[in-house]
Design a protein around this ligand. Structure first.
Ligand code: SF4
Ligand code: SF4
Length: 418
């Protein structure tokens, strides 16, 4: 959809400002009531979803170019979706996140990508990863000696999709994830040399063509595999595969590692034998939580009642975050003997981003760092000794905040308790 097609939606924004806050009935303190990191950091309306609709309208009316300061504002969006769920509390006819992403695509269409984006594209094309400096031939080193089924040749129960972060930066955790599944009797397969980046970051940064090329290549490999489901330990990959690949035609079931582990615990196939005496708080990753909802195919049209009230025929799917993955990680934590879970003020679909979304770690590093520090302040306020999360991007960005508080992957706690 080109930005021009958003004109009616841009005009429909009522400037109510709901997109800047978590819902008022969920607010526990003024300190942690804001939901949009970009707006909260810059304290200027242009950075909110409301401001982005105004900015988009200016682009459509040729009053602005997607360059310079305008580009900086556009690319400061973490694509975290907090504005989207907040807007949809009382509005049904706006898609703030899709609009924010379209603005980013406008930057790319205008040929104004940053050097970071160009390097990512080059790396994705030559090395099949968006991580700078990583090589294709090193991608499957983490999998050595694990007895993984070669999913290209044999059927398996779970096709393991590690994602770039686990494959290159967290190989030990990738190994642990597979070993935990194998311990519970799951037949785990892998694509070996055919495993590649999901391209999800490209999508979040407006590089739609690059994302679609990566998605199509991966879907070809997935389609050729006989597996009951694809499982990934990464929140970003989960969103890419479950929602965005499904839009591109992927029909296979996609699960996050926490969903599989929670089911294995419930079935009695994974039993904890050790105590982990720890009070923890859980950070909901945006792309696993509110953006982790499955794609629902829809082929309808916009119609107006009495030429005024916008509606859709047939009824349009509503992505407002409520069906994201929230319970599975909490069930795992509750099942670990000795662990006490205390919640932050902004949780589930109203969680506050870790600062790593939308490519902001590279495009707006100051905003990214500030966002992580804010989230860690909220975590500290719970009195917990550690923040647990279920996405390697969140682990890495929250750790970089150097708050003095432990940040850990849920998988580490699971392994400690087995
Ligand atoms: S984007 Fe939605 S929540 Fe934000 S000002 Fe516009 S209508 Fe209100
Ligand atoms: S997606 Fe996140 S960072 Fe971007 S405007 Fe919405 S709340 Fe702000």
């Amino acid at each position: 959809m080109a930005i021009k097609e958003y004109r009616d939606m841009q005009k429909r924004c009522s400037s109510c400002n709901f997109c800047k806050w978590i819902p008022f009935d969920k607010v526990k303190s003024a300190r942690f009531a804001e939901n949009c990191p970009a707006q909260a950091y810059y304290q200027y309306n242009g950075y909110s979803a409301r401001g982005r609709f105004q900015l988009g309208l200016c682009l459509v009316n040729d009053e602005l170019e997607p360059a310079g300061e305008t580009q900086k504002v556009i690319q400061s969006c973490l694509s975290c979706g907090a504005c989207d769920v907040a807007c949809k509390i009382c509005r049904y006819n706006l898609e703030p996140l899709e609009h924010n992403l379209e603005l980013k695509r406008e930057v790319v269409r205008a040929g104004n990508e940053t050097a970071v984006q160009k390097n990512m594209r080059a790396n994705l094309m030559s090395e099949h990863t968006m991580l700078a400096g990583k090589k294709k031939e090193d991608r499957d080193a983490w999998a050595e000696g694990l007895g993984l089924i070669d999913a290209r040749k044999e059927a398996c129960e779970a096709l393991f999709f590690p994602g770039c972060q686990y494959a290159y930066n967290r190989p030990e955790e990738a190994r642990k994830a597979v070993q935990v599944l194998q311990r519970a009797g799951v037949k785990v397969g892998y694509l070996f040399e055919d495993d590649a980046c999901c391209g999800g970051r490209m999508h979040q940064m407006g590089m739609q063509e690059d994302f679609e090329a990566a998605a199509k290549a991966n879907i070809r490999h997935f389609d050729a595999v006989s597996a009951d489901y694809i499982v990934t330990p990464c929140g970003d990959c989960y969103h890419a595969l479950k929602r965005r690949y499904a839009e591109q035609g992927l029909a296979k079931k996609v699960l996050h590692l926490t969903e599989v582990l929670a089911a294995l615990i419930e079935e009695g196939r994974l039993v904890f034998t050790k105590r982990v005496e720890k009070t923890v708080t859980y950070h909901d990753p945006c792309h696993l939580g509110r953006l982790g909802e499955g794609y629902e195919p829809w082929n309808g049209k916009e119609v107006k009642i009495r030429s005024q009230i916008v509606t859709w025929e047939p009824r349009r799917p509503r992505y407002n975050g409520i069906h994201g993955v929230y319970d599975a990680p909490r069930k795992i934590l509750e099942a670990i003997p000795g662990v006490t879970l205390v919640e932050m003020e902004r949780i589930r679909e109203y969680s506050f981003c870790c600062g790593a979304g939308g490519g902001c770690t590279e495009l707006d590093p100051e905003l990214s760092k500030w966002t992580a520090a804010e989230r860690m302040e909220e975590a500290k306020a719970t009195g917990a000794s550690a923040v647990v999360t279920a996405c390697p991007w969140c682990v890495s960005n929250l750790s970089a905040a150097e708050s003095g508080m432990e940040v850990t992957d849920i998988l580490t706690l699971v392994c400690e308790a087995l």
